[in-house]
Write a protein that binds this ligand. Sequence first.
Ligand code: AMP
Length: 214
Amino acid sequence: MNIILLGPPGAGKGTQARKLVDERNMVQLSTGDMLRAARTSGTAMGKMVAAVMDRGDLVTDEIVIGLIREQLESDEGKGGYIFDGFPRTLAQADALGNLLIEMGENLDCVIEMQVDDDALVDRITARATCADCGEVYNDNTKPIPADGKCTNCGSSKIQRRADDNEESLRTRLMAYYKQTSPLIGYYYAKGDLKSVDGLASMDDVAASIAKALG
Ligand code: AMP
C-alpha cells in the first residue's frame, strides 16, 4: 500500500508517518528529512537549498522529484511507501503518478490532515525534534526530558528546526495554501482522498487514519 500524508506544516504528518512505519512496516519518504540530511552532510545541493528552506519557501520541483526518484529506485520492491511532505505542487503530483506507474505500483490513498491555522502556529513554535531518530517533542504536551536525552533513542541531539519560527511559518503556510492545497481538489477528483481531523489526540488521529486505510 502506498499513501500520501497531505497537510500544512505542523499538521502531524511526520508523527503519523512514524507510527505507520512502526505498526505497518511501511517506508517513510520525507523530502523535508532528505533535504535536511543533504544540508547536514554539506552536499552542493544541501548548500543550495539552505536559504530557501530557512525562509520557508519551496525548493524546486526538479530537486525534490529527483530525491524521490532516487529513493524509489534504490528501495524498489519493498513497497508500502508513506509520502510525507511530498508532493507539494501539482507538477510533483503528476511526477509521482508517473514514477509509480513506471514501477508498476499504485497510489492507494491520500490522507488529508485537517487542522486550523492558529493551532499550527502554537504547535510549530513549541516543537523540537530528535536529530537522530525523528522523535517529536512539544513544550506543552510532550516536553524535552530534563536530562535532554531522547526517550526513544537516548540521543542528546534534540533540536528546534531553523524554520520553526513565526516568520518562516507564515511563508510556509502561504506556500501551502498557494501551491499545495490545490492537491486536495486534484486527489479528490481522482477519488483517492480521505480527510481526517488532525487536531484530535495523536492516537485518535492514528485510529482515523487506520479506518481510512481500511
Ligand atoms: P518539511 O520538513 O516537510 O516541513 O519541509 C521543510 C522544508 O523543506 C519546506 O519548508 C521546503 O522548504 C522544503 N521541502 C520539503 N519537501 C518539499 C517538497 N516536496 N517540495 C518543495 N520543497 C520541499
